[in-house]
Design a protein around this ligand. Structure first.
Ligand code: SAH
Ligand code: SF4
Length: 312
């Protein structure tokens, strides 16, 4: 074990606030070091979040998207995808199923689909909040402040808006027509409106460095996020990044563990993407600091079409 690594780990054990440079040392853990990193993350998860795994059902209600993110299968130029939109009643039925299975939170996610106006969505949120005792998280991408305000009034509790990468240039290259600044501005609005917020990033994006990954964690710490969704980038053949190498499970686990150390009280899901690249991805993530699982409540007939990446 390198001296520098053991020193940073020791400071982490004493709950000292780690700098971006310290986080890079942890992210760079070698084969003989990662077990110690994972163990500390697991201990911190137990100390601050307990041993319960939180289940948050997710309904992916529309795969229409007006954006063209280079990494995502829902991008509008993907003509190979069969598109679907769920009806309000179908979404409510899915919510009922999630409630029946004991989920305390329901996540409603979609591409950026203007078909669902804020009014339509507000009505769905109102019904879910009235009928079931569940927190509602929305993950609808970039919308106007007015839309976010209306949805908050309707009862939405949380909003998941992953920043994807803290590198402004990489963000712009990967998400044409949008900016990191715009994303952060929206996260600020959401906070002001009283939402709990979730951010997150992909691990292994082309052009990503350890400095950028450490920056992702620092950014989330600065924003004091309630949730951080961290998962590997998985290349999708139906996108411009189809032949790029994907993120590895090892690097994803190291990022998760480092995030747990830096964000002791933040909910960290064992992501579906981690489960997609390795048969034990989800269980391993739960051993490296993750404490949330998001079971898919999307009706089976639509599930195959929400193919953000292969193997989902
Ligand atoms: N449209 C909304 C929510 C749906 S996308 C939005 O963009 O915020 C949900 C998440 O899928 C994104 O935040 C992104 O992190 C993830 N994602 C997209 N393409 C991916 C890929 N190829 N590999 C791994 N995760 C991907
Ligand atoms: Fe649309 Fe979100 Fe996919 Fe971008 S990541 S193409 S906004 S669904």
């Amino acid at each position: 074990m390198k001296l520098e690594f053991s020193r940073v780990l020791e400071r982490a054990r004493r709950f000292e606030k780690l700098s971006a440079e310290d986080l890079i040392v942890l992210l760079d853990a070698g084969e003989d070091e990662s077990a110690a990193l994972f163990k500390l993350a697991d201990q911190i998860r137990f100390k601050y979040m307990g041993s319960a795994v939180n289940f948050r059902g997710i309904i992916e209600f529309s795969n229409y998207c007006l954006r063209n993110c280079h990494y995502c299968g829902l991008r509008k130029d993907n003509m190979e995808l069969a598109r679907y939109r769920m009806k309000a009643e179908e979404i409510i039925d899915g919510a009922r199923e999630a409630a029946r299975l004991g989920c305390k939170t329901l996540v409603l996610q979609s591409g950026e689909d203007v078909f669902y106006t804020a009014d339509i969505l507000a009505e769905i949120v109102l019904k879910i909040k009235k009928e079931f005792k569940m927190a509602v998280t929305l993950s609808l991408g970039d919308r106007s402040r007015e839309d976010y305000a209306l949805l908050k009034e309707a009862g939405a509790d949380r909003y998941l808006l992953k920043h994807e990468t803290c590198d402004a240039k990489l963000f712009f290259d990967l998400r044409p027509g949008t900016s990191l600044e715009g994303r952060i501005k929206r996260l600020k609005w959401l906070r002001e409106l009283g939402y709990q917020i979730g951010m997150g990033n992909m691990v292994g994006l082309p052009g990503q460095t350890l400095e950028i990954l450490a920056g992702d964690i620092v950014l989330m710490r600065d924003q004091d996020v309630e949730m951080a969704g961290i998962g590997p980038f998985i290349p999708n053949k139906q996108t411009p990044l189809g032949s790029a190498p994907g993120g590895t499970l090892e690097m994803t686990l190291k990022t998760l563990a480092t995030a747990r150390i830096a964000l002791p009280r933040t909910h960290l899901p064992a992501t579906t993407s981690a489960a997609s690249i390795h048969p034990h991805g989800r269980v391993k993530a739960l051993g490296c600091g993750a404490n949330v699982i998001m079971p898919n409540m999307t009706p089976r007939k639509y599930r195959g079409s929400y193919s953000i990446y292969p193997g989902k």
